[in-house]
Structures are given as structure tokens and as C-alpha cells.
Design a protein around this ligand. Structure first.
Ligand SMILES: C[S@@+](CC[C@H](N)C(=O)[O-])C[C@H]1O[C@@H](n2cnc3c(N)ncnc32)[C@H](O)[C@@H]1O
Ligand SMILES: [Mg+2]
Length: 957
């Protein structure tokens, strides 16, 4: 299959595409017929008689009067058509790349265009430019009939494309374009008039009266005047952007009105940018032509040889990707292809600030979610079903458009897994979608390493490389992730997100030290080209830097100064959940949470309150950084139906003003008082990840409960006095054991998730402090929760009577799990150790059942189909044989016995238990002396919470 290379398309755009050359030569006689084809190699199983639905592919045949050609096979119809046209051109002996018009031919074309604009028929045509020609006839005195050259340059894209063939610098140098048009006009002395020092062109002879009459008569405007709001963007970034009102009487030319607002005598001295925003937009920037330019429009001037006086307006230049000098007015007004009337629209301060926010990768995401103050660009693309808002690839394209870069170029490569001799090595790396390990929390990344790809039917694996180029094809950065994905589209989304994440880091902290910037790039497999990169974004930064220092005096803080720790906001009031339905992290990473929220500005003391943003229902994936850290920290501690309120410091001014409806009224208020943001959140509901859903749906009591009950029975029978729960999570086992009469005196939990530990602490605290009334029959004297990794030894947990480790090892890489096994039996040395982990063989049953379950959401079915493991955070799942050999070898090595058991299902019925359990028992007497010796040597864990029956609890959270 052939692919349409984007870089060649970009080059092609400067000249004509093969299809347009064919059109020029044959017009409607060229007939394109596109057919769908089924690619045999793609159906996954050559020779298979049952038809398989593969991706849609296209072939195009092009019929010309004398012959017909056929294209290769393409994924996109338009690529097939272009390829057919290219083949036809080859047959005709026309070579588009070498047949570009020469600069001389382009100059002739330009002259012909200018001549046409001043013709009789153009005046009454429906063209965005003809409206200006008609308006010129309403100008007074010397200006009568005079058409500003900047208008001709701005309102006809064809003209600009022709000039690009003469000199590609026209793309960014607006003055160059005007100079070419002026010099073309001077070559038409019998049709038009130009005069020295003027940026306008007149028709030499006046139009015949009937032409004037008919063209002016067609105007249908009924109103006498219009009043629109634009934005005044001062050149100095220290000055605020202000709304400006344009009162335009329809008897005058609107460009003259804009000129007066800029302090100029008339519209002929106004320069106009290209349009900004959507393709149909009429939003442009207007600014004064530099004086030196009015004096000298020679190409010496415009070829950067002469310095333009006055400062570059960085804000304005950023928006349009052209150099804008001095103060500028942003207005949405102009003639269109649709009507002869003047189109106009107000620009509010809010829309101006939204344009600013839209320059940042995270801003584009926030806007796409309509949650400027709550959403954040996620750090991980976990699954397509869980992603909300624009997809990474789309955001990256928008980013490139906003910054006037070429479209990003993606190249994917695939390997055939069957053919590869390296399959087993690769399997470990292969992911359904990427897992980004942000911190020690388990991030559900769909990071599903697959042990046996054939069983899930994967034949190929994909990886994707992305490149960003400037418009002049300078390479700015490239990202070459090492990861392979089962789906091509996942590889593209993940590579896009890497680029966006890095750009976002840079945009949040543009003054980042060079080494840090390079390091952060390399972590994300990105290589950037400093010269091209900094050149491209220097303008954006020059506007940012000043704002940064501007904010230092006020109460505005930059986004990156916000507390990004997963801690509770200090000045917040939060309602806390009292445990979730499962025994694991609740809500587990990978769940979708549905909240309603509102964000208001409040003054200290709460006297004033201004609502900024609110949503009745807003859903996001937990654990992927899809909301600002404060929101995530709070909602993970809430239960359904609860509400919470908390305050935060202000983020950057642009975010607040783009969220507020009435930004103009807010600006003075913001400056006069000290404000906070107040978030009010209610947790409406959650969806659970597949594992929890399955465990509850197919087992009664739920599998998690059965595991805990199994451990509880063992603990009770063992007459143990000390218990340590390795990877205790939210404390479900420790919580349950307190409901039973036991001989336990000391219970300890250790985990790496602070969120889970804090939930565990609250649950245990509430239970132990009510001990006399509620739990009369246990005699626990002390309880401790530690923050630490169970793969690291801590001497305080040595020699306990019983240790438990339920559904934890599969959340580590396999080698870490083996490491844990060795450390726990050789150093921690519990007398008894109970370890549980999923039985991989049982998944067939769970997944088959979940596929036939009627009330499941179809999207979720796809997800569970694509998730080979029970949970996206599982790094492996073992078969019974794998688990048995791990446990048996481990036991033998450390002088323990081991017995196997499980919960869910049955040992005698295939495929065994749903959760497999190993119970290790030490064969040696305890080494009392040795404990003494190492007692204080290794304190690697941090006490998070401690309870003592004498002193009650102490928390260090
Ligand atoms: C599925 S939860 C199980 C929690 C608990 N054992 C239960 O059954 O309810 C897995 C837990 O293992 C913890 N974990 C993963 N790797 C760990 C490590 N290296 N050290 C300590 N805890 C770890 C996670 O933070 C998470 O709380
Ligand atoms: Mg698990």
C-alpha cells in the first residue's frame, strides 16, 4: 500500500497539485472513479476463507479523452485521486515539480491579476476584494476610487500564492507582497495609477456610469451604520489590551474608520494581516504602515536589509504569524464570497483571551473540554474510550496551525509479530496504549505488556514518529517513541501526546534551564533543534516574559507555581469518603468520574463572589492527569453524592479572563483586591475499571471480599499477634480484621500510594477510636501505616507472625515481583506469608461473560476485549503453572513450605480459581538474636499514621 507523504504535499501546495494541472488541461473531461478494495494482506490471515473486515482502501482510475490510468492502493480517496492524476501527467510527459511557473511567468500572472481587479466586470463580481473597490467609490476628495494595496494583498489568496512562486519569503513578510503588487501596478500604466509614497492604486479611467450604478445598486444593506467592537492591542506588552468601538457609517469606507482609530489620516496607510482563526473567519489585524516603508517600498527594504522602526507587536504577530509593528487593532469585519454586504462581528475580551489560551497545548485541550479552570492536558493516553475532549493528534495539528507551523508529519512503521524472531523480547514492551509512570502511584496506563500476542489475534505492532516543521520546512523537533502498539492509531495518539506534553512543559516554564529542557525532551524520546525551535517560539515568549514580570507585583501566579503535589489544598473544606466498594485503590486509576462543579472568584473573607465556570456534568478519567491536581486530590477522597469546597490561588490571568463572560468588568476588580478561586464539586457517579466490575458482577460475595475473608480466616487460625499487610491499599484487610475476635496486638500496613494510605488511615482511625463500643473483642494495641515500597527492606517489619500481600505483585514488573519474593522471605521473614494474584487462565471466562452481558456499554466491551489483563495497571498475570513455579522455587530457596489455594471458582474445575493464593510457612525457628542486631539499621519507610491504644493516634500526613 502506498501512503500520501505529508511533506511532499506541503511542497506541492506551493505549486499546483497534479489534480489541478489535470483540471486546467482537461476540465470536466477528466473523470475520476474511485473504488473500494479489500487488501488481502491486511485481513490478518492470508488464505482464510471467511471474509474479514479490514480497513477501507481505495484505488482510483482516471479517464481522460485519450487514455485511462489507475492509481495504486491508498487509505484515503484523495491520495488515490492525486496518484492517478500524477500517473496521467507522467504519461502526458508533464512533470509538475519541474513545470512550476518560473518567477518571470509568475510576474506576468501577477500583472494579469491586478489588471483584472481593475476591470469593469470585477466591480460587480462577488469577490471579497470587489467590495473594497465599490467602497473606494464612496471615498471623498483625493481618495475617491483609491484602493489600498494592503487590501489587495490581504483579500486574494491566489495573488499571494503567485507571489510565493516569485519569492517564498512572502509567506511571512507581508511588506514584500505589497511591494510586488505595487511594482506589478507600475507595469500597467495604461490601466492604473500609483503615486510615490502611497500604498494605493487607482483606476486610470473612471468606470462607465452604468457599471457604477448597477454595482452599487446591488448592495442590500438596510442599516445606515454599524457599530462593532474590536480589540486594541498595544505594541508594548505592558499595556493592557482594550476593547475599541468602531462606528462605521455605510457611506464611508470602513478602513478609513480603522485608520482614524490608529491615529492615521486614511485607510491607505493601514496594513492588514491575513485572516486569523477558522477558514471562514474575517478576523484580521490592522496596523500603521511603518513610515520608512511608505518612503521606500523597494525590494531592498522588504528583503530585510532595512531596519523597520518601531517595535514588533509580539502579541499581534503571534496571532497571525506575520510581522506586525506598532499598535494594532483586531477586528472581525470584511467582505466575503457570500454577499455584497459588509460582514462584521464583535470581538469580546473573552474571545481575545481564548485566542491567547489557544496558543498553549494545555489551553487547546482545556478549550476543547470547555473546562478551562478544571481540565488539564492528560499525561497519558490510556484508552480511546476513556479519553475526553480533542484527541492528541487533533490538538497537535491545532497547535501547529496556531503557531503557523506546517502540519505535523507522522510516519508509522509496523513489524510483523509472526515473522519477528525477537517476538518474545518485544512482547514485554508491547502495549495496548502507553503507560506513563508519573509518580509512584499506580497509573493505569493501559500499559498492558502482553505475554502471548497470538492469543489476542495481533499480527502487527506499530510505532510512530512525529516531526514538526516550520512553514519553510525547517525541522523543529522530532519524537521517536520506542514503544510499539497494537493499533496504528494508538501509536499516533501516543506520539502526539508526548510532543504535546513536552511543549506544554516548555510553555509553562519557558525559562527552564537548557539542560533541564534537553533532559525533559529525552525522557519523552524527543529531539529538538534549538536554533529553529527558539526562533519559532521567541515571539510567543517575548510576550510571555513581560507578563510574567508584570504578574509579580499583582496577585497573579503562573500556572506552574500552582501546587502540583497530590495533597489536599490547605485552605479547603473537604468531605471524605469512607471507603469504596472494592478492596483496591478506590476510585481506581482508569475509572471515569462524573462530577458537577463550579469555580468562582472569591475575595478573602468571602465578601465578593464572581462565578467563572460551571458544569452540571463533567467526566474525566482518574489517574491520567486529566484535571488540575487539586480537583483530582479532592475527588479521590469523596464518595458518591458527597460535595466538597476548596480554595486555590489564582492561575494565570489569561485562564481566568478566558473563562469569565465579562472579562472587561473583571480586570479592574482583579487588580484592586486579593482573590482566590473557590471550587465546589459534587461527585455524581463513577464507572469502575473492568477488574472491579467483573469481580463484583461474577462473584458473590465479590472476589475482593472473598480474598479478604480467606486471609482473615488464616490470620484467626494462626493465633498471630503481629500482622503486616504488604501493599495494603486503602486498608480493606486491616479494616476487616478489626471486626473479628483475634489474638492480634499489632497491625501494620505498607503501600506506596499516599492517597490509598490516607484513606486507610481515616478508616482505621475511625474504627479503632470507637473500639470499645463497636469492636469489643479484639485487643489491638498498636497500628501503623508506612509509606514505602515492599521491594525495599525495613527492619521494623521483620519477623512478624503473619504477612499478607493481596493482589499487589501483578502491579509490579515481573522482575520486581521476584525481587519482592526474595526480600520478603529472606529479610522480612514472616512466619506465614499469604500472597494472592489473578489466575490468567481464568480471564477467558471473565472476558467471555462480560462480552455476552447484556447491559454492558458497547464501548466498554471493546475496552475489555482489548484489555487482555483484568486491569490496565497490571504488568503481568500468571497462569497457574507460572505462579506455582515462582512460589515453589521461592519457598525452596528460603526454607519455607508452600501450599496453593484460591478464591472464586474451584480447584477441580478448569481453569481453577479466579484468584490464586500461595500460603508460605517458615520451616525455621525465629532468629531472635538476629532481629535485635538489625533492629535499627534499616528504617526505609516513612510512618504515615500511627495509633497506640495508650496515646491514641498521631499522623504525619
Ligand atoms: C490492587 S491494590 C490491592 C490493595 C490491597 N492489598 C487490597 O487487596 O485491597 C494494589 C496495591 O499495591 C500497591 N503497590 C504496588 N506496588 C507497590 C510497591 N512496590 N510497594 C508497596 N505497595 C505497592 C498499590 O499502591 C496498591 O495500593
Ligand atoms: Mg490487581
Amino acid at each position: 500500500m502506498e501512503t500520501g507523504g505529508s511533506s511532499t504535499t506541503a511542497v506541492r501546495k506551493l505549486s499546483l497539485t497534479p489534480k489541478s494541472i489535470i483540471f486546467q488541461k482537461f476540465g470536466k473531461e477528466a473523470l475520476y472513479i474511485v473504488e473500494e478494495v479489500q487488501d488481502v494482506a491486511q485481513n490478518g490471515c492470508p488464505g482464510l476463507a471467511i471474509p474479514q473486515k479490514g480497513p477501507c482502501l481505495y484505488r482510483c482510475s482516471l479517464q481522460l479523452p485519450d487514455f485511462t490510468v489507475s492509481s495504486g492502493i491508498f487509505k484515503k480517496k484523495k491520495d488515490a485521486e492525486q496518484s492517478a492524476a500524477e500517473k496521467a501527467l507522467e504519461k502526458l510527459g508533464i512533470h509538475p515539480s519541474t513545470d512550476d511557473p518560473s518567477a518571470e511567468e509568475a510576474s506576468d500572472k501577477l500583472i494579469a491579476c491586478v489588471k483584472y481587479f481593475f476591470s469593469d466586470e470585477f466591480l460587480s463580481s462577488l469577490h471579497p476584494l470587489s467590495g473594497h473597490f465599490r467602497a473606494a467609490l464612496r471615498r471623498d476628495g483625493d481618495l475617491y476610487g483609491s484602493v489600498p494595496t494592503s487590501v489587495i494583498a490581504a483579500c486574494d489568496s491566489k495573488l499571494c500564492n503567485i507571489c510565493k512562486l516569485i519569492n517564498p519569503k512572502v509567506e511571512t513578510n507581508h511588506f514584500l507582497l505589497i511591494s510586488y503588487i505595487m511594482s506589478a501596478a507600475t507595469r500597467l500604466p495604461e490601466f492604473v495609477v500609483t503615486s510615490e509614497g502611497q500604498l494605493s492604486i487607482w483606476r486610470k479611467n473612471s468606470y462607465p456610469p452604468e457599471i457604477i450604478e448597477s454595482s452599487l445598486f446591488q448592495q442590500s444593506d438596510t442599516v445606515d451604520s454599524i457599530c462593532i467592537t474590536g480589540m486594541h492591542i498595544p505594541c508594548s506588552v505592558e499595556k493592557e489590551v482594550q476593547p475599541v468601538t468602531l462606528n462605521i457609517s455605510l457611506t464611508e469606507y470602513y478602513l478609513d474608520v480603522i485608520a482614524r482609530k490608529l491615529g492615521l489620516a486614511d485607510g491607505n496607510k493601514v496594513m492588514i494581516s491575513r485572516t486569523i482563526g477558522k477558514a471562514s473567519s474575517e478576523m484580521r489585524l490592522y496596523f500603521a504602515a511603518p513610515k520608512s516603508y511608505l518612503m521606500d517600498q523597494s525590494s531592498d527594504f522588504v528583503n530585510d536589509k532595512v531596519h523597520i522602526e518601531g517595535l514588533l507587536n509580539s502579541r499581534a504577530s503571534c496571532f497571525c504569524g506575520q510581522d506586525i509593528y506598532g499598535d494594532a487593532i483586531l477586528a472581525s469585519i470584511g467582505y466575503t464570497w457570500k454577499s455584497k454586504d459588509l460582514f462584521h462581528e464583535d470581538i469580546t475580551l473573552q474571545s481575545y483571551y481564548r485566542m491567547l489560551v489557544n496558543l498553549m497545548p494545555s489551553g487547546i485541550y482545556k478549550l476543547s473540554r470547555e473546562a478551562i479552570l478544571a481540565a488539564e492536558l492528560p499525561v497519558a493516553f490510556t484508552t480511546r474510550t476513556n479519553w475526553r475532549g480533542s484527541f492528541p493528534r487533533e490538538i497537535l495539528s491545532t497547535f501547529c496551525r496556531q503557531h503557523w507551523l506546517s502540519e505535523p508529519v507522522f510516519s508509522t512503521s509496523s513489524i510483523s509479530l509472526k515473522a519477528s524472531s525477537e517476538t518474545s523480547r518485544l512482547d514485554k514492551k508491547l502495549k495496548v496504549s502507553e503507560s506513563v509512570k508519573q509518580d509512584k502511584e499506580c497509573v493505569s496506563g493501559g500499559g498492558t505488556a502482553t505475554n502471548d500476542l497470538k492469543s489476542v489475534g495481533s499480527e502487527s505492532a506499530f510505532k510512530c514518529e512525529v516531526k514538526l516543521f516550520s512553514k519553510s520546512q525547517d525541522l523543529i523537533l522530532e519524537c521517536s517513541p520506542k514503544e510499539f502498539y497494537k493499533k496504528q492509531s494508538d501509536s499516533i495518539q501516543n506520539a502526539s501526546l508526548k510532543v504535546l506534553s513536552w511543549l506544554n512543559q516548555y510553555f509553562k516554564d519557558p525559562n527552564m534551564a537548557s539542560e533541564k529542557l534537553h533532559y525533559s525532551a529525552s525522557v519523552l524520546d524527543i529531539r529538538f533543534y534549538p536554533e529553529n525551535f527558539f526562533k519559532k517560539f521567541s515571539l510567543y515568549l517575548s510576550m510571555l516574559n513581560i507578563q510574567q514580570s508584570e504578574t509579580q507585583g499583582g496577585n497573579f501566579l503562573r500556572l506552574n507555581s500552582m501546587n502540583t503535589q497530590n495533597t489536599m489544598p490547605e485552605n479547603g473544606v473537604c468531605c471524605l469518603s469512607t471507603g469504596g466498594p472494592d478492596s483496591g485503590v478506590y476510585p481506581s486509576n482508569g475509572c471515569l468520574l462524573f462530577i458537577s462543579y463550579s469555580v468562582s472568584l472569591v475575595t478573602e473573607g468571602g465578601n465578593m463572589k464572581e462565578l467563572l465556570e460551571s458544569r452540571e456534568e463533567f467526566e474525566f478519567e482518574i489517574g491520567s492527569g486529566a484535571v488540575i491536581p487539586h480537583v483530582e486530590a479532592v475527588v479521590t477522597q469523596m464518595s458518591i453524592g458527597q460535595s466538597a469546597r476548596f480554595n486555590t490561588e489564582l492561575p494565570i490571568q489569561e485562564l481566568i479572563l478566558s473563562a469569565a463572560d465579562d472579562s472587561a468588568r473583571l480586570i479592574p476588580l482583579l487588580l484592586s483586591k486579593v482573590w482566590w478561586l473557590e471550587y465546589s464539586i459534587s461527585l455524581l457517579r463513577t464507572t469502575e475499571p473492568p477488574e472491579d466490575r467483573m469481580e463484583q458482577a461474577f462473584f458473590s460475595p465479590p472476589l475482593s471480599k472473598q480474598r479478604v475473608e480467606y486471609a482473615v480466616q488464616h490470620i484467626r487460625q494462626s493465633s498471630a499477634t503481629t500482622l503486616v499487610d504488604f501493599g495494603c491499599g486503602s486498608g480493606s484487610l486491616l479494616d476487616s480484621i478489626l471486626d473479628y475476635p483475634t489474638s492480634l496486638e499489632k497491625v501494620v500496613g505498607v503501600d506506596i500510594s499516599l492517597k490509598s494510605l490516607s484513606r486507610a488511615a481515616k478508616i482505621l482511625h475511625s474504627k479503632l477510636s470507637k473500639k470499645c463500643d463497636v469492636v469489643p473483642y479484639n485487643d489491638v494495641k498498636s497500628a501503623v501505616l508506612y509509606d514505602g515500597s515492599i521491594t525495599v527492606f525495613d527492619s521494623r517489619l521483620r519477623g512478624f507472625n503473619i504477612g499478607t500481600c493481596l493482589e499487589v505483585i501483578e502491579h509490579m514488573e515481573e522482575d520486581e515481583a521476584c525481587n519482592f519474593g526474595n526480600i520478603v522471605l529472606s529479610y522480612f521473614q514472616p512466619r506465614i506469608l499469604i500472597v494472592s494474584t489473578p489466575n490468567y487462565e481464568y480471564n477467558v471466562i471473565l472476558q467471555r461473560s462480560s462480552l455476552t452481558s447484556q447491559d454492558d456499554d458497547p464501548d466498554e466491551k471493546i475496552q475489555s476485549q482489548s484489555c487482555k489483563f483484568r486491569n490496565h495497571d497490571h504488568k503481568f498475570e500468571w497462569t497457574r503453572e507460572q505462579f506455582n513455579s515462582w512460589a515453589s522455587e521461592l519457598a525452596a530457596r528460603h526454607n519455607y513450605s508452600v501450599e496453593f489455594s484460591g478464591v472464586g471458582g474451584s480447584v477441580d474445575i478448569e481453569p481453577g480459581f479466579a484468584s490464586q493464593i500461595a500460603v508460605f510457612k517458615s520451616r525455621l525457628p525465629p532468629e531472635e538474636d538476629y532481629y535485635q542486631k538489625v533492629e535499627d539499621l534499616a528504617h526505609n519507610y516513612k510512618v504515615i499514621w500511627e495509633w497506640d491504644s495508650n496515646n491514641e493516634s498521631r499522623s504525619s500526613l
